[in-house]
Design a protein around this ligand. Structure first.
Ligand code: FNR
Length: 413
């Protein structure tokens, strides 16, 4: 870890964050908290309110999909290669026409003010500073415009849409997102209605309904002129109007609506990319291509929607085989470290989204979120180095073995 003897490389020396942590130890400074995922979750529980902690921790049902997500990572294993020149490493990648310094994107996560009073401004700022992708949720607790400011001029940012049934409101959100420099629209299709989440039910954990008492949740609606013109009076009397009618409304859209949305977004944005988030099935991925999407996010919402479902990583190879040469395939659900990201990239994802990790980080403030992000990047950079895969192009299926038996799972290749 000699910081001076490394040749030039296209991305920053993320690996040196480990050296910095070790060096700080010599002057008695330890990291503010552990980034070992279980310990990080524990320290998060200590700094958040009960409701804040459980909103991030809750899964659908009894949490088996969350478990399946993690098991899928365990089942795919990296094959280390030796005597490879990994001194010059390159993890730059282009996603939806935007250059990212590394293949990590902040997953869209709603109501960040329950984790920190600055809410979305913290992850948006860090994403901008680190040259990473940022996706803003429609369920955010800061306005589109304020988040764009925090993210910074020209930083790669994408808008995640929850689509209600009032097209005027949808159009208004998309116009604002476009004006504020969000360069792709990502429609989440796995959450027309919130899943059965018993650990939230136990404590009546639905911040939006508490907005009358000053709780966050309705900021995105309140900052939207069209929504306020049409529903502002209603919202004053009933804080559930935004979330119940325009976000998780419980009235599923189907494929027939997607061409309208693509056309609308393309018209507003001058042809910027459109993707679906929440795809877990080959047929749905193929349909997304047929209706004209530019990308998909293979995701099961961190196991928070359908309980007892397949692990997201297990679905990735077949989906990449079916549509990977036609659209951009991104991945999320269950990433807890650099090796996990490596595996998703090896199975064909162009880049990965990470969610709970940055939420747990931001619960410890800006510095805390930065510590988690730098640790994740260092972990990934060091994985590339010690496993012998110097560029993202080297990270392909030959880098993995399924459960230590065959080179790869036969049915998937
Ligand atoms: C989410 N996710 C999510 N997805 C989305 O499209 N819009 C949203 O508003 C939210 N909100 C949200 C809140 C919380 C607390 C969590 C944990 C997740 C899903 C998110 O974008 C992403 O798919 C997962 O978080 C990825 O899995 P990991 O990295 O959290 O395991």
């Amino acid at each position: 870890m000699d910081p001076t003897n490394k040749p030039e490389q296209p991305h920053p020396h993320y690996s040196l964050y480990q050296r910095e942590c070790f060096m700080n130890g010599t002057i008695g400074q330890l990291p503010p908290f552990s980034v070992v995922p279980e310990k990080l979750q524990e320290s998060t529980q200590k700094v958040l309110t009960e409701k804040g902690y459980w909103y991030a921790a809750s899964n659908a049902g009894i949490g088996w999909t969350d478990k399946a997500n993690r098991e899928a990572f365990y089942d795919w294993r990296i094959i280390p290669r030796m005597l490879v020149d990994t001194n010059k490493r390159d993890m730059n990648v282009e996603v939806f026409g935007q250059k990212l310094k590394n293949p990590f994107i902040f997953a869209p996560i709603g109501i960040n003010k329950i984790y920190h009073p600055l809410g979305e401004l913290i992850p948006a700022r860090i994403a901008g500073e680190m040259g990473m992708g940022y996706m803003l949720s429609t369920a955010a607790s800061q306005s589109i415009e304020d988040v764009a400011d925090a993210n910074g001029e020209g930083s790669p940012r994408f808008f995640q849409l929850y689509m209600g049934h009032d097209d005027d409101v949808t159009i208004s959100l998309l116009e604002r997102a476009h004006k504020a420099g969000f360069t792709a629209c990502i429609l989440t299709v796995d959450t027309w209605q919130l899943a059965w989440r018993p650990t939230d039910v136990d404590i009546a954990n639905y911040t939006f309904y508490y907005a009358k008492a000053g709780a966050p949740g309705n900021e995105m609606g309140e900052s939207d002129p069209v929504f306020m013109r049409k529903y502002g009076d209603e919202l004053k009397k009933d804080p559930s109007v935004w979330i119940d009618k325009h976000v998780w409304h419980g009235k599923a859209h189907d494929w027939k609506k997607i061409p309208w949305l693509i056309e609308t977004w393309k018209k507003i944005s001058g042809g910027k990319p459109f993707a679906l988030k929440g795809i877990q099935c080959v047929e749905d991925a193929e349909m997304a291509v047929r209706v004209g999407c530019d990308g998909i996010v293979v995701s099961n919402h961190a196991g928070r929607q359908v309980d007892g479902a397949v692990g997201s990583l297990d679905q990735l190879p077949a989906i990449v085989d079916a549509v990977g040469d036609k659209v951009t395939v991104l991945f999320d659900s269950g990433i807890r470290g650099g090796a996990d990201a490596f595996k998703a990239l090896a199975l064909g994802a162009k880049a990965v989204l990470f969610g709970r990790l940055w939420v747990w980080g931001m619960s410890h403030g800006y510095e805390g979120c930065m510590h988690v992000v730098k640790s994740l990047l260092a972990d990934f950079d060091i994985t590339m180095t010690v496993a012998g895969y110097p560029t993202l192009a080297d990270i392909n299926r030959r880098a993995l073995q399924y459960k230590g038996a065959e080179r790869n799972r036969p049915s998937r290749l």
